[in-house]
Design a protein around this ligand. Structure first.
Ligand code: ATP
Ligand code: MG
Length: 318
């Protein structure tokens, strides 16, 4: 492992949630928020809380939604020098309502918000030039400047001995677009640690069977794969084999952000040279803590909080 910050690039949003279950936003209703959000922002907040040097390349508007995010990230130890503040633009937002069946309806304002204007500013280039690790979040790749920075910085980071992780965080439509698919495949080819969940594994490998999908990705050069399995926990795969870790038993209040907190925690623990078992246990604990509170970034954790949680919380059936 080389020294240096963990850096990610992508959207900062606020999330505003319906307080009742139902379908969408077609009638006036009670909402709660704004909560700091955006998959890359949740991820990097969790890195900062664990005490690892962290920075994000992003953009917000000069409004309260931007301030809410910047203050939280700073408070949790994240370098926000490469977050551009666009006068006159609105910070991105996501309105979310859970359906009775556990599905979600969204109203997103991302492309037309400050998050759609992320650019390779001098501050962004300065942060990327000293990164020891780049975490790529697939949700940001459709913004051309984000993909441009990712593509340009991967060879430079690798050339100085740094590493790359990739959470596809994908919506199926992104892979239907040929340019989108090519973007995802090019990042995958450079990925040291791949962090898929659910059907993302088969979408990327083209193999429906889990074992064959893993083998295909390892053959393609991915060093480590951690498959997130929701409340069932997670599995780690590399050339030497497989390690399964059951999840913790908690009451799920709000699942958003679990995968991002999980990924950040696995990565930081791995960079601290903890065993695969310990990394999986810490990451499962971070994901589980996230789902117990409303708001995607409200349940991010320090190592002390994770240790206390692990000591106090039962583990599910293997
Ligand atoms: P996201 O919705 O953030 O994209 P994801 O699909 O990437 O999430 P999940 O598998 O849903 O990832 O969750 C990540 C991790 O969080 C799981 O591997 C598990 O450790 C933990 N986790 C998620 N949901 C629960 C739950 N209901 N109970 C316990 N642990 C959970
Ligand atoms: Mg995910």
């Amino acid at each position: 492992m080389i020294e240096g910050k963990i850096v990610t690039i992508g959207e900062i949003l606020v999330e505003i949630m319906a307080t009742t279950l139902g379908h969408g936003f077609l009638e006036a209703q009670t909402l709660i928020g704004p909560f700091p959000s955006g998959a890359p922002a949740i991820f990097i907040d969790q890195v900062g809380k664990l005490g690892h040097p962290a920075a994000i390349v992003s953009a917000v508007g000069d409004d309260d939604f931007g301030t809410v995010n910047l203050e939280r990230l700073k408070q949790d130890g994240v370098d926000v020098s490469a977050v551009a503040i666009h006068p006159g633009a609105a910070t991105g937002s996501a309105f979310v309502r859970y359906r009775p069946d556990g599905g979600r309806d969204f109203v997103f304002n991302m492309r037309d918000s400050a998050a759609g204007r992320i650019a390779a500013t001098p501050e962004a280039q300065a942060v990327l030039a000293e990164a020891g690790h780049l975490h790529v979040m697939g949700s940001g790749l459709p913004v051309p400047a984000v993909f441009g920075m990712v593509s340009a910085s991967i060879p430079a980071i690798k050339a100085r001995g740094g590493t790359v992780s990739f959470d596809p965080n994908i919506r199926v439509e992104m892979l239907r677009d040929p340019a989108g698919k090519a973007a995802f495949q090019s990042v995958l080819a450079a990925t040291d640690l791949f962090l898929p969940s659910g059907e993302e594994l088969s979408l990327f490998s083209g193999e429906a069977d889990e074992g064959r999908a893993i083998a295909a990705l390892l053959d393609a050069g991915v060093q480590e794969i951690v498959l997130k399995r929701g409340k069932a926990g997670a599995s780690h795969f590399d050339r030497s084999g497989r390690t399964d870790m059951p999840g913790f038993v908690v009451e799920e209040i709000d699942p958003t952000g679990a995968g991002d907190s999980f990924g950040a925690t696995f990565l930081v623990a791995r960079r601290l040279d903890k065993s695969v078992e310990d990394c999986l246990r810490y990451a499962n604990a971070a994901g589980a803590r996230t789902v117990t509170v409303k708001g995607p970034m409200e349940g991010t954790s320090s190592f002390a909080e994770l240790d206390a949680f692990i000591a106090a919380t039962p583990v599910g059936a293997a």
